[in-house]
Ligand binder design. Structure first.
Ligand SMILES: *Cc1c(COP(=O)(O)O)cnc(C)c1O
Length: 430
């Protein structure tokens, strides 16, 4: 690895690039996964599920082994695998006895699927703002958005650390609400002495290709509630055909899917789970090195980690004070990218501003469910409802996707050198 260059001229303005080779791609898949997958393929049984009331309603041996292993690791009563975390979120909302028109509070600073899972059951997403330093759902904004229609809160453990789940659970107790946590980006993070995602009624993790550990596609639901676990397993696997023989009388949302994760993915998941702690520690080590290197730069705020919690850095989140810098975020990103840095994101997501919400067109073309009488009030999705999330997205948030690369210390030092060089040349960027 090369040492940082001395050329002080920005690459954007004709100088030498700080990073002249792409970093190694992040790849947690190794020989163990190949072996695990091979054994399943050789067995000829790539999935053993049956969509009926049968011992195989719960899946084959690798599904069960992976789920029991997840229960031990995450410290939960039930772990339920699904074929994506998007499927997991849909199952989670359906499991909560949600009625069409019920409101569920969700942050806008998240992947779109958190909110779409709500709409999926004709429930209404209500967007509450986020905390300015952790980017997670702000409990005060949640309280302010509760109406008689509110039935649940969906918190998102964004970028790799937990939302303030205890505060959200306390609000939920007072208002008789349920809480779902979307911990797609934070498997292995701790909230005090427990795993992020395990303090709410239903939580869970994504196993897609970009996440800390993956099975290609996949997800894991976790809950300590037996009844919710039954409902999640039913929605996963053709509920309507199974409720009768299983003896379930609550038919609400017992619309089943095929959300089943196969034997190959679960066999890979078993080996992946063994690596999670080490992978998460690796991300923390990189983040600490970045913190040390970047914390002296004016107008740049390094990540804030909630007290007594840990962060596993799916994204390394930064905030720019563009007034203090006197240079726009776009210009800074342009300069950093010219230095050879990839994986930067200027802004993140404001889900409430997507066309679906702005036009209130989801099912069909006539505005269902918002236009129907299941929706009890006019829900506001206009720009301005989440000022913190909007300002971060539009002006000040700068993310670095830690999920893309396997970074050595020397790579981190090059990243720091690139930032350093851009900061030394802010005048030239004006
Ligand atoms: C990745 C992700 C999802 C969706 O997970 P998939 O497994 O890709 O369906 C949902 N929410 C958040 C916050 C995510 O990062």
């Amino acid at each position: 690895m090369s040492t940082p260059r001395n050329d002080n001229r920005l690459a954007l303005l004709g100088g030498t690039k700080t990073i002249d080779q792409p970093f190694k791609r992040y790849n947690p898949i190794g020989a163990e996964e190949v072996d695990a997958a091979k054994k399943v393929v050789e067995s000829g049984v790539l999935s053993q599920y049956i969509g009926g009331w049968d011992p195989d309603f719960y899946g084959g041996p690798k599904v069960k082994e992976f789920e029991r292993k997840c229960e031990t690791y995450f410290g939960v009563k039930h772990a339920i695998t699904v074929n994506s975390w998007t499927s997991g979120l849909i199952a989670a909302v359906g499991a909560l006895d949600i009625e069409p028109g019920d409101e569920i509070i969700v942050p806008p600073f998240t992947m779109c699927a958190s909110a779409t899972a709500i709409l999926h059951w004709n429930a209404i997403p209500v967007f509450a703002d986020i905390e300015p330093d952790t980017f997670c759902l702000d409990p005060h904004s949640v309280e302010a958005n509760i109406t008689p229609q509110t039935k649940a809160i969906m918190a998102v453990d964004i970028f790799g650390q937990s939302a303030d789940t205890e505060a959200l659970m306390e609000i939920a107790r007072r208002h008789n609400l349920k809480v779902i946590t979307d911990t797609a980006q934070a498997p292995g993070a701790r909230y005090k002495d427990r795993h992020a995602g395990t303090l709410s009624h239903i939580g869970g993790y994504s196993l897609n290709y970009h996440k800390h550990i993956h099975t290609g596609e996949g997800g894991i639901l976790v809950t300590d509630d037996d009844e919710l676990a039954d409902r999640l397993r039913l929605i996963r696997n053709h509920a309507e055909a199974v409720v009768g023989p299983m003896g379930k009388t609550n038919l609400a949302n017992m619309i089943g899917y095929n959300f089943r994760l196969g034997e190959i993915e679960c066999a890979i998941g078993i080996t992946q789970l063994d690596k999670l702690e080490r992978l998460a520690l690796g991300r923390q080590r990189i983040a600490e090195r970045l913190n040390r290197g970047l914390s002296g730069l004016k107008g740049l705020k390094t990540p804030v980690v909630r007290e007594d919690c840990t962060h596993v850095y799916y994204v390394y989140p930064m905030i720019l004070d563009t007034d203090d810098l006197g240079v726009s975020r776009a210009r800074i990103v342009e300069a950093l990218e010219a230095e050879g840095l990839t994986g930067l994101a200027a802004g993140y997501v404001n889900v409430h501003l997507l066309p679906m919400y702005q036009n209130k067109i989801a099912y069909g073309s006539r505005g269902f469910p918002w236009s129907s009488d299941v929706c009890k009030r006019e829900v506001d999705y206009s720009k301005g409802i989440c000022p913190v999330a909007e300002k971060l997205h539009d002006e000040t948030f700068l993310g670095f996707a830690m999920c893309l690369h396997d970074l050595e210390d020397a790579d981190v030092d090059l990243i720091v050198a690139a930032f350093d060089k851009v900061w030394r040349n802010l005048e030239a960027l004006k």
